[in-house]
Design a protein around this ligand. Structure first.
Ligand SMILES: NC(=O)c1ccc[n+]([C@@H]2O[C@H](COP(=O)([O-])OP(=O)(O)OC[C@H]3O[C@@H](n4cnc5c(N)ncnc54)[C@H](OP(=O)(O)O)[C@@H]3O)[C@@H](O)[C@H]2O)c1
Length: 344
């Protein structure tokens, strides 16, 4: 008999919806290969209402309601929740997926949501970088005390196995430094500028295709890259680091002339994220740099990203991710879910 697992989705935007769709398409496989029947029993949003349904929420209908700009509460049969914390208390789920917007400076309110979920005995899984950077140790300790998992694979490089590779596949290895292209929007902008577009034209195009936000400053001024560096250093180097401690420069000063000049010399401009361990301290930075044609980051184009790790045991190890999007982020969350179920 398959084991029934109840899922609660906090945040039902691009990522939350892609996750619900992935659970639907993996339904039979999860039953057959994992012995699991997964049921979404709660979905909470900020302005599109909250649905609580112990018998399971019909995902197609929930997606339809959001598409029409409607309110999810009409999918609840009984209990209602007044806010997100109340939702976590009432959802009676085994796993909470937290996919609300990132807060660079505090990680809140997501941290409180994840804490509440762990205290209620749920696994807490997120794609949000904020709680990783601002509460990694606290949330991990809380998870351990409750014999649950706190996992966040999708917080950096979407579904690419950055965190789990270190946790599961490289026992005994120590990370000494890394260098990568971790922000899709700026890499796309730089790629478009190589094609002759100005900085502003490239930003506008990236906004039009839904890659850059209306206010693109989080990406182009390096904040998104800085918080990803901080998350990697905090978790993989075990040195707590805040985004403000990352030396940061964005790509506003890079003109298409500067880029064309680099290309003439067979070099490309990339927004490079770096961190190095120096005994018990770590120095970290993000900024635009010219890279040579023989650099593993040279051919990382468009929305792709890549990272090269240096450890005390292996030579440079590079992970490249092409064509990311909410569907690959959703896979990272599903992978976390299966890790959590397997280890509980
Ligand atoms: N997009 C990606 O591919 C990607 C990749 C890696 C990581 N992430 C991370 O994943 C998270 C979600 O991203 P997204 O692209 O799905 O964002 P999004 O499309 O803006 O969706 C955010 C969702 O959270 C809801 N929400 C906001 N505040 C809430 C609150 N206090 N309580 C409950 N729900 C709340 C929103 O509700 P309303 O719509 O009603 O306001 C919406 O459903 C972010 O932390 C992001 O950094 C995203």
């Amino acid at each position: 008999v398959p084991k029934e697992i109840k899922l609660a989705l906090l945040g039902f935007g691009n990522v939350g919806r892609a996750l619900a769709t992935l659970f639907q398409s993996k339904d039979k496989e999860l039953q057959k290969n994992w012995g699991l029947t997964c049921l979404v029993t709660g979905i909470a949003t900020n302005s599109h209402g909250i649905a609580l349904e112990p018998k399971g929420i019909p995902i197609e209908e929930a997606l339809e309601i959001i598409q029409q700009g409607g309110n999810l509460s009409r999918l609840s049969s009984g209990d209602s929740a007044k806010d997100s914390l109340d939702f976590i208390e009432k959802c009676n789920a085994d796993v909470l997926f937290e996919n609300t917007p990132v807060s660079y400076d505090t990680g809140q309110p997501a941290i409180d949501y994840l804490k509440k979920a762990l205290q209620m005995g749920m696994h807490a899984i997120t794609a949000n970088k904020g709680p990783v950077v601002h509460a990694y140790r606290e949330l991990s300790a809380l998870a351990e005390n409750h014999h649950r998992s706190f996992l966040f694979e999708s917080a950096v490089m979407d579904g690419a196995p950055v965190f789990s590779m270190w946790r599961e596949a490289l026992p005994g290895a120590n990370l000494q430094s890394f260098r990568g292209v971790l922000n899709s929007t700026t890499n796309l902008i730089l790629t478009l500028m190589e094609g002759g577009k100005s900085f502003q034209e490239s930003v506008t195009y990236a906004q039009k295709i839904g890659i850059a936000e209306t206010d693109p400053s989080g990406d182009i001024d390096g904040w998104d890259a800085a918080i990803k560096i901080a998350a990697l250093v905090t978790v993989l180097m075990n040195v707590p680091l805040k985004p403000l401690e990352v030396k940061r420069e964005g790509i506003r000063e890079i003109s298409k002339e500067v880029i064309a000049n680099g290309l003439e010399r067979d070099k490309r401009w990339k927004l490079i994220c770096e961190a190095h361990r120096d005994s018990d301290r770590v120095s970290a930075s993000v900024g635009p740099m010219e890279v040579d044609a023989n650099d593993p980051l040279f051919n990382v184009m468009g929305t792709s990203s890549a990272i090269t790790f240096q450890s005390d045991v292996l030579g440079p190890l590079t992970l490249t991710e092409e064509d990311p999007g909410p569907h690959t982020t959703a896979y990272g969350l599903l992978a976390d879910f299966l890790h959590a179920i397997r280890s509980s």
